[in-house]
Design a binder for this molecule. Structure first.
Ligand SMILES: [Zn+2]
Length: 331
């Protein structure tokens, strides 16, 4: 089983080197370096410029993630792109606009491709598509459904009706799911054309399972299919269970294998409540790994130390990650 680690990168080279070395020493062969889009440009851009090369020098396969891309993908949402190009913003049913990118807007795709190309040019070996849209998730996201002209035109082409008038129709949900799958397929197609060995990875939210997992896992240009089963865990607040998380890990492995992809399963080791580190991180991680997935990844290095999602006792949580990885490294 391959072990990977997500890494919200430092910007000073010797610090990146020390962290990459520590990631190797704990048994990882892969790292997912996460950058918000401002860090690909001016200001503190040393992380993006250097993490790929330093990771590879340490023997790691290094993938890149545009964290919270266009305030739409998973993760920290501080998009420079959304600040500068309001034409890509979503439009609510009442006509008001929100600074989250619309998957159906051509500008959303074009900018993603541009950033993916920058990642390749900086030595990253693949691009990560992180839970795009979350269209099947919570009420907050539901209120952020887009009714821009691109969405209205596309709905009319695909279903022959009016998007605004169809909000309670079954086609409305189907349209959202179909759009998400179409976006991932096109994003993977464009990314894979950047270079033959530039890999594409997509992880989907548990709540998009019914509508999206099968078609996304079947996308021709996708190399790795995964999920974040820790969203099922009871402490997250969605009323789930470890059994449900393990079942999703198994389903992910099966779908990936069926379509000739690798499977990634995410272990959440951030925002861990104090005293539950062993149960959630170590025992939970073992249950997820039992799915037989190709790789286990952990969000995130040092259990989120320094991020707003730091675990209550980050050292205790991180100790359990290292314990888990020691055991998994030999499997
Ligand atoms: Zn739209």
């Amino acid at each position: 089983m391959k072990l990977g680690m997500s890494y919200v990168s430092e910007h000073i080279p010797e610090h990146i080197h020390e962290d990459m070395k520590a990631i190797v020493d704990m048994g990882c062969t892969q790292v997912l370096a996460a950058f918000t889009d401002p860090s690909l440009y001016g200001g503190i851009n040393g992380a993006f410029r250097r993490a790929g090369e330093i990771g590879r020098r340490n023997g790691l396969t290094v993938y890149a993630q545009i964290w919270g891309y266009a305030n739409t993908f998973g993760g920290g949402k501080v998009s420079k792109f959304m600040l500068e190009d309001t034409s890509v913003w979503r439009v609510r049913a009442d006509g008001s606009r929100i600074a989250r990118g619309c998957l159906n807007n051509p500008g959303f795709m074009e900018y993603f491709e541009k950033l993916a190309r920058k990642c390749f040019e900086r030595g990253y070996q693949g691009i990560y598509i992180d839970g795009p849209g979350r269209m099947h998730d919570d009420k907050r996201q539901g209120r952020e459904r887009c009714f821009c002209q691109y969405c209205q035109d596309k709905f009319r082409r695909q279903y022959g009706g009016d998007l605004l008038a169809s909000q309670s129709a079954p086609e409305f949900e189907e349209f959202a799911a179909r759009g998400l799958v179409e976006f991932v397929a096109e994003a993977c197609s464009r990314a894979s054309k950047i270079a033959p060995n530039f890999r594409t990875i997509c992880c989907m939210w548990p709540k998009s399972k019914q509508a999206c997992w099968e078609p996304v896992s079947a996308i021709r240009d996708l190399d790795v299919f995964g999920t974040y089963p820790y969203w099922h865990l009871p402490y997250v607040g969605y009323g789930g269970s470890l059994e449900a998380a393990a079942a999703d890990a198994t389903l992910t492995q099966q779908l990936a294998a069926k379509h000739g992809k690798e499977s990634w399963i995410w272990l959440g080791a951030y925002e861990i409540p104090k005293g539950r580190e062993k149960e959630i991180v170590y025992e939970g991680g073992k249950a997820l790994a039992a799915s037989g997935c190709n790789a286990i990844y952990t969000w995130t290095y040092r259990s989120g130390l320094g991020l707003d999602e730091e675990s209550d006792d980050h050292e205790a949580s991180w100790t359990q990650v290292k314990r888990l990885y020691r055991e998994l490294a030999s499997t």
